[in-house]
Design a protein around this ligand. Structure first.
Ligand code: ZN
Ligand code: ZN
Length: 281
């Protein structure tokens, strides 16, 4: 079975290891197909994203590593691209413009339709940022905020059909069971509705291990509960670690495959120029 991972960061964005150190770690960990996916440029100041003026440098370094390590690993050029309501909605246009092999479509900045440039940042380690944004943009109405989050994901999927759907229940992380949990009826119903949209658009969902190895979440993104429903609905998956440094490249990879097998998945997707499926060992 090919060991694959298409979600990795490096020092071109908010990663802590260089692109080369990430690639060397991937080789050590036995990955055969590996995607580089820095946070794509965004049209506002960001400490996290790759700067647009560094994009050529990013691609040049990728090409150098792809050639240098071609006998050891297959590397693919990607980005993790944000869908942000009214601000950045054409992800497949960016894929084309940047000449990418693939991209991960993700939501980190949540907003409703309005004139604001600013938005609710749901990622990061700081729950206070989450709570303050919830207050500022949604008047602390968590149901309204989650509704905006899932509506945004529905728009992203319907308008772009991303190659990989990134951490699709991340809104749960900084909530940390405080405002709602996975049994909360309105939340479960939002997730179930979104799963139907994923199914209709035949998008591949990543099983992202980062919350577990960072200790920020009690489950994968998406949680096992949602993966079970996705399995019943015939939704395809791929495993990724969303690593930000070389020591994280393979963390909880096997656990993710074991979980998928336990809930009945027999195959995962991989990319070698096109998307295919392979049996889980
Ligand atoms: Zn992300
Ligand atoms: Zn990421």
């Amino acid at each position: 079975m090919y060991k694959t991972n298409y979600h990795s960061h490096n020092t071109f964005c908010d990663g802590k290891s260089t692109m080369e150190d990430i690639v060397k770690a991937a080789i050590r960990e036995g990955f055969s197909h590996f995607g580089i996916s820095s946070h794509a440029p965004v049209p506002f100041e960001s400490k996290v994203a790759l700067k647009k003026e560094r994009l050529e440098e990013y691609k040049t370094e990728f090409k150098r590593l792809k050639d240098k390590y071609s006998s050891e690993i297959n590397l693919y050029l990607g980005l993790e691209i944000d869908f942000i309501t009214d601000i950045q909605e054409d992800l497949k246009g960016q894929k084309k413009e940047y000449g990418l092999d693939f991209y991960v479509g993700s939501i980190h900045h949540v907003k409703e339709h309005n004139e604001d440039i600013d938005s609710w940042f749901i990622d990061g380690h700081d729950k206070d940022v989450y709570d303050r944004g919830l207050q500022k943009f949604f008047n602390s109405d968590i149901k309204r905020a989650c509704s905006a989050y899932f509506n945004q994901q529905i728009q992203m999927v319907e308008k772009n059909r991303p190659d990989i759907l990134g951490h699709c229940d991340k809104v749960y992380m900084n909530n940390a069971g405080r405002f709602f949990d996975r049994q909360t009826p309105w939340y479960e119903s939002m997730v179930r509705d979104f799963i139907q949209v994923i199914k209709e658009n035949e998008v591949i969902v990543e099983v992202n291990t980062r919350g577990l190895y960072k200790g920020r979440c009690d489950d994968f993104y998406p949680a096992t509960k949602w993966l079970k429903i996705m399995k019943q609905e015939g939704i395809k998956v791929t495993v990724s670690t969303d690593c930000h440094k070389d020591t994280e490249v393979g963390l909880f990879y096997k656990e993710a495959l074991d979980t998928l097998k336990a809930i009945g998945y027999r195959e995962v997707c991989y990319f070698d120029g096109e998307w295919k499926e392979q049996l889980i060992d």
